[in-house]
Design a protein around this ligand. Sequence first.
Ligand SMILES: Nc1ncnc2c1ncn2[C@@H]1O[C@H](COP(=O)(O)OP(=O)(O)OP(=O)(O)O)[C@@H](O)[C@H]1O
Length: 578
Amino acid sequence: MHFLQPYWRKYRRLFFLALLFLALEAMADLAQPALMAQIIDRGVKERSVSLLIHYGLWMLLITLGGALSACMRNILSVHVSQNFAKDLREDLYRSIHHFPIATIDHFGRATLMTRLTNDVTRVQTFANGTMRVMMKAPLIGIGSLIMAVRLNPRLSLILLAIIPVIACWILLNVKLSAPFYMKVQQALDQLNLRLQDYLRGVRVVKIFNRSREEVKRFAVDSQNLGQLSVSAARVGNFFGPLVTLSVNAGILAILWFGAIGVDDGTMQVGTVIAFTNYLMQILFAIMIVNNAFNLFVRAKASTERINAIMRCSQPKKLIHKPFAAMEDEGTLEFQDVFFHYPETVNNWQLQDISFRVESGQMIGISGSVASGKTTLTRLILRFYDVDSGSILFDGRRIDSFSVDILRQRIAIVPQAPRLFSGTIRENICWGKPGASDAEVKRAAELAEADPFIRRTPLGYQSQIGQGGINLSGGQKQRLSLARALIRNPELLILDEATSAVDALTDKKIRRNLKSMGKKVTILMITQRVAALREADQIIILDEGKIEAVGTHHQLICSSPYYKTICEAQSPVGGECHG
Ligand SMILES: Nc1ncnc2c1ncn2[C@@H]1O[C@H](COP(=O)(O)OP(=O)(O)OP(=O)(O)O)[C@@H](O)[C@H]1O
């Protein structure tokens, strides 16, 4: 996996150091049965206390060295695996920040969360395991085999017969369980999605008394995850005992032939004990290799999922063009724009959209439900790119700006404002980090938020709960507007930005916006005729197309939709006649 290379380069020295300590530990383990054979076959047989002390001291020294190595290896493996996981998580999070909205839509929020948490943990567990025990297994396995061959080449033939059989079981296990682990991760994504949906819509769930149904739906997903995990584990559970059975058959064969050797005097008891010890070490090594492969299969599935994120985060090349002439500053122009969302091929959400907004103008956009009003604003901010046609801002194609610069000049107040945990002041300052108190107050005044902020006990230092939980809809909208205004944008997009604000406050806000001077161009999506009639120009959208363009008076005659909303909002029908 290409994306792992930077981490490998960063941590490989410590990784190899951990492996060095692991090798020392393995050597200490390997030396012990041989020393034990010497103690039995020489010290005990010859009844020599000095030999017993000699080999006993060596054994103690080697055990101590092994323990120290194990300690160092543990410290290093924890350090490397934890820091590697931290780096990987941070890089993934950074990558997600660079994703276009379409890519986030494509992945889905829940799976991104699982990949950033659970998948990273799986890769970390594998890396940690590699340094702690997994690399020890081949060392112990091969070392034990060499020592066993040196002790008795004929008995070792039994080992050579069993090892290929065991290798077959392990490989079959890996091959059969791999697809299950990918499915387990997908099921976990689904479970996360269900939980997120519930937590986001907890009030709606309670209002509609849907708790029982939601718990049932969660149980179905949870059961699916459980079943897939069991199926994955079942494969391992089938092959695990097969491996143990094969090893035990080998031990029986060694004891059988060892007993015959001792009986006819060709072998010594200490040698047979040491041989069985080495076989047990080989068994231990094989078990660990088997577990390592299980962990590897899970880590591999997770690595592929992480890699999918890394692959998508290649930054897009930008076209740099010279800045436009000053007279174009603040202008916005759509030229024959066509667009559909990536998932809705063959269904245009916007078709043949062309209009021009001059600097400092206030443009009203209205139209029926799902006619493409919000989509239009998303294109201006380059959350999505047009399929054909062009959008010009300041006289330049918007794809010739760096996205950061474009978004610095444009501010949007979305339909559903999103605030963050922190103080009111901090939330307004999102629009302009480091803004002075006077700037914060001025923005809040323009958004008609200052009066209610001053009424709170701590004023601008009052805490906002997660997502603005402790504020009313209208208060959230006004703070969101203040956050946009503090940036002094050239273009201000208001997407039903004051729909939860009372008519009088709404009027005051529009008056404040006008008082900001001619510099701000305003694109205002609204259904309120009182607001639309103040616009320099109104665009009516219908099913993704422009139905009509004109002033309030012109549209009353030319747009059936506009006429209808005028009539609906004017008790005496006076609006309809201008
Ligand atoms: N992320 C998305 N992926 C796919 N389709 C989408 C997405 N967002 C919106 N749409 C579709 O695009 C169409 C236009 O939606 P849009 O939100 O722009 O309408 P709108 O005019 O702002 O509606 P409303 O007045 O209800 O807010 C709708 O048919 C909607 O289903």
